[in-house]
Structure formats: structure tokens, C-alpha cells
Design a protein around this ligand. Structure first.
Ligand SMILES: *Cc1c(COP(=O)(O)O)cnc(C)c1O
Length: 415
């Protein structure tokens, strides 16, 4: 079959669902109400407070603080936990840059350590090996919607007396051993940026268990004020990191449909996984041309491991009860050129994302003082893992066959 990139017919011509999803009646109503009330600021209305309380309750902790975005939320949570200059914070090498830049913003040193080679989440063994007398905190990232190995990471934290800040930017609604993420560590931070599972364009929320941590985090986000203290009294140095009531009005009604959307994305992902298991062209002519005779589709180097299917779903870490499916991560073991794969899949109407480079390869972080441990698993992931984006996962599960069919076509192409 002629590839679409060579002028053939694409596997899919129908569009994928757009993101964000259409506004609900509840969102229209509440946003209109806020706009007409004129009470737009977080210090004027009660919706930001309601949203913070809702996230705290969903995370099974007492306190929440809304914030302008999760990058600043992670920064404020670190400050709330007393992390600052001279401290080290351990972050995974396969994540969004903000997991590390928030540490730099707090004046501390990010220590970039490797992820588990199979599930790509922060590795407890790698964390243990990187702990020094200066280590103050660990930042597990619940990557792609599946919770990190919190039992393993918490054990390391307890052994060394470290704080745990969960980066929940990709995991609204996810469950770890039946417990909601965000309340598993000392603080959890969710993002409402445009690409996330709930969005108001931008925004974030911090949840935590301890009254003192809450008071300091709130103060950091509110110009150093004391909770309940005088308006023009600023006993600490803080910033204005608040979000608006209009954002909260978009987000509060979303909570009513979050679980339904998670179920929808799970159904799609499971259909992709079943389809990949049945893939009948495991190693087509192009992908098998390890000799170099196959042309552009094939990287000339590695000989593939033919005992494995060419494309597999990256598995969840142990303990995942509910994956919120922010992304579907696929590992491509076929010796196919990555740039070609991404271009050919896009031409077939199934655009994939190339994913993160390892954090340790970002020179700006290193120049800002980040310490980088050896990260072979993150480096391998940056070469072999591709993502199916959240908006595509919102499609009816029947649409999963387009993903599988396009992969089979591209990987099996005789080109
Ligand atoms: C999006 C994201 C952030 C940052 O969130 P913002 O709200 O955009 O600042 C942090 N960590 C991870 C893992 C993310 O995906």
C-alpha cells in the first residue's frame, strides 16, 4: 500500500476531536455569572476558594490554594515546605521542563535522575543513589496520567527525611492503590494549562495536608500576607501568583465530567493496546531491512529484537488503580527512523508527538546549576517513545483502529 507521504491515500481523513472539548452549559452559565458580577479577582469572589477546596477534598487532604499556573505552583509548594537555597530536589529526567525550573525558581538545585526503563516514571533506586546530605525533597511526576511508584519513592523519602512534592500536572483524577494523587506526598500540584485534562487556558492548584505548609504556600502566592492577617501587612516576601475567578468558573463545572472523560480515554487506549497485540505485520519489508537495503524508512544501525512486537504501550508503574490518560505513550522498537515515522504518521492522518528530550541534555538547566546523574533510560525513551495526544484519546474507541492501521502501514511499508 502506498504511503500517504508518497502520495497514497491516508488511513484517516476525518479530523480528531478538538481540545478543549466544547463548553458545557454549566461552564457557560457560571462564566457568564462571574463576568456579569464584575467580581473577577480571586480576592473578590469565592470560586477560586471553592475550586481549591474541591481539589483538596478530591485529593483527601484539608488544604488547597489556586495559583496562576503549575510551574509557579510547584515553586510555591517547595517554598511552603521550606525548600530553598542550598537544598537539592530530585526530579525525573523524562518530564516537562517545569519540574526542574520550579526548583531553580525556589533557589534550590534540581538533581536530574533516571526513570524506570520500563514505565518511564521516576525510579526509586535512582533516587536512592542520588541522595546527599543536601537533598531536601523528591518530585515524583505522575507522567502521562499514571501515578509514579509512590510506595517505592515514599520509602526512600522516609528513610532520608525528605519532603515529597507530587507533580500532578498530567494526572487529574488518577488513583494510586485506590488513593487519589495529590494527597500522597506533602504537597501536590495540578495544572490547568491549555493542554491538560482540565483547562482554563492557564491556572493551577496546590493541595497539601499540613496547616503550616498551607499557610506558607498561600503567603507565597499572596504577596507575603498572613492568612487572615492585615491586608497591608506583609510579614514575608511573596508574589502575586493568583488565578482569576473567570478561570475557576471554567474549571469547577468540569469536575462533573472529569471521570467520564477519563473513562472515555481509557476505552480508546485499551482499544489501541488490543489492536497492537493483533498487529499482523510485525516486521514488514521496510522495517526488516537491517542490511540497509530498505531505504528511508529504516535506520541502518540496530538489528531489531524480533521476539517483541514492534510497537508496545508503555506500561503503568506498579500500583496504578486509575490512569487518567493524559497521553498514550508508545514504544517503537522497530528500527524505523524517528523523523520519518512522525512525518509518515502525520501524513496518514494520525499525528503523533515525539515526546521529551532528556532534561539533562538541556544546557540552560545545567548552566543554572542542575546536577545530572546518568540517565540511560530517559535517553532511550527520547529515541524510541512517541505519544498519542489527549485530544485523539477523546475519540470513540472505534477510532483506535486508525492508529493501529497507520502504524502497521508505516512500519510495514516496502519503500
Ligand atoms: C504542564 C506541566 C507542568 C507545568 O504546568 P503549567 O501550568 O503549564 O505551568 C509541570 N509539570 C508537568 C509534568 C507538566 O506536564
Amino acid at each position: 500500500m502506498k504511503l500517504a507521504i508518497d502520495g497514497g491515500t491516508p488511513v484517516r481523513s476525518a479530523p480528531w476531536p478538538s481540545w478543549p472539548p466544547p463548553l458545557s452549559a454549566g461552564q457557560r452559565e457560571l462564566v457568564t455569572e462571574v463576568l456579569e458580577s464584575g467580581l473577577w479577582g480571586a480576592t473578590q469572589g469565592s470560586l477560586c476558594t471553592d475550586l481549591a477546596a474541591a481539589f483538596a477534598a478530591r485529593s483527601a487532604v484539608p488544604y488547597g490554594v489556586t495559583v496562576g499556573n503549575a510551574t509557579l505552583g510547584l515553586f510555591a509548594a517547595l517554598r511552603g515546605l521550606g525548600v530553598g537555597p542550598g537544598d537539592e530536589v530530585i526530579v525525573p529526567a523524562y518530564t516537562f521542563v517545569a519540574s526542574a525550573t520550579s526548583v531553580i525558581l525556589a533557589g534550590a538545585t534540581p538533581v536530574i535522575v533516571d526513570v524506570d526503563p520500563v514505565d518511564l516514571h521516576l525510579s526509586p533506586a535512582a533516587v536512592e543513589a542520588a541522595v546527599t546530605p543536601r537533598t531536601a525533597a523528591i518530585m515524583p511526576v505522575h507522567l502521562a496520567g499514571s501515578p509514579a511508584d509512590m510506595d517505592g519513592l515514599t520509602a526512600v523519602a522516609v528513610r532520608h527525611g525528605l519532603a515529597v512534592v507530587e507533580d500532578c500536572a498530567q494526572s487529574h483524577g488518577a488513583l494510586y492503590r485506590d488513593r487519589p494523587v495529590g494527597g500522597l506526598g506533602d504537597a501536590g500540584v495540578f495544572s490547568f494549562q491549555a493542554s491538560k485534562a482540565m483547562t482554563a487556558g492557564e491556572g493551577g492548584v496546590i493541595v497539601c495536608r499540613d496547616e503550616g505548609v498551607h499557610a506558607r504556600t498561600w503567603s507565597t502566592c499572596n504577596l507575603g500576607r498572613r492568612l487572615g492577617g492585615e491586608w497591608y501587612g506583609h510579614p514575608e516576601v511573596g508574589w502575586n501568583l493568583r488565578m482569576t475567578e473567570i478561570q475557576a468558573a471554567l474549571l469547577l463545572p468540569w469536575l462533573d465530567r472529569l471521570e467520564e472523560e477519563i473513562a472515555r480515554r481509557n476505552a480508546f487506549c485499551e482499544a489501541v493496546e488490543r489492536g497492537l497485540g493483533r498487529l499482523s505485520v510485525p516486521w514488514g519489508p521496510a522495517a526488516s531491512a537491517g542490511s540497509g537495503a530498505g531505504g528511508a524508512a529504516v535506520s541502518s544501525s540496530a538489528e531489531p529484537d524480533r521476539s517483541r512486537p514492534p510497537v508496545t504501550v508503555v506500561p503503568q508503574p506498579p500500583g496504578t488503580t486509575l490512569d487518567s490518560r493524559h497521553l498514550l505513550m508508545l514504544r517503537v522498537d522497530a528500527p524505523v527512523d524517528r523523523e520519518f515515522l512522525l512525518a509518515a504518521m502525520a501524513a496518514e492522518g494520525v499525528p503523533l508527538d515525539g515526546g521529551y528530550p532528556p532534561l539533562g541534555t538541556m544546557s540552560a538547566l545545567v548552566e543554572a546549576g542542575a546536577r545530572v546523574e546518568p540517565c540511560p533510560a530517559a535517553e532511550a525513551a527520547s529515541r524510541t517513545v512517541v505519544w498519542v495526544r489527549q485530544s485523539m484519546l477523546m475519540e470513540e474507541a472505534a477510532g483506535a483502529s486508525d492508529v493501529v492501521e497507520a502504524l502497521a502501514k508505516v512500519l510495514g511499508a516496502d519503500r
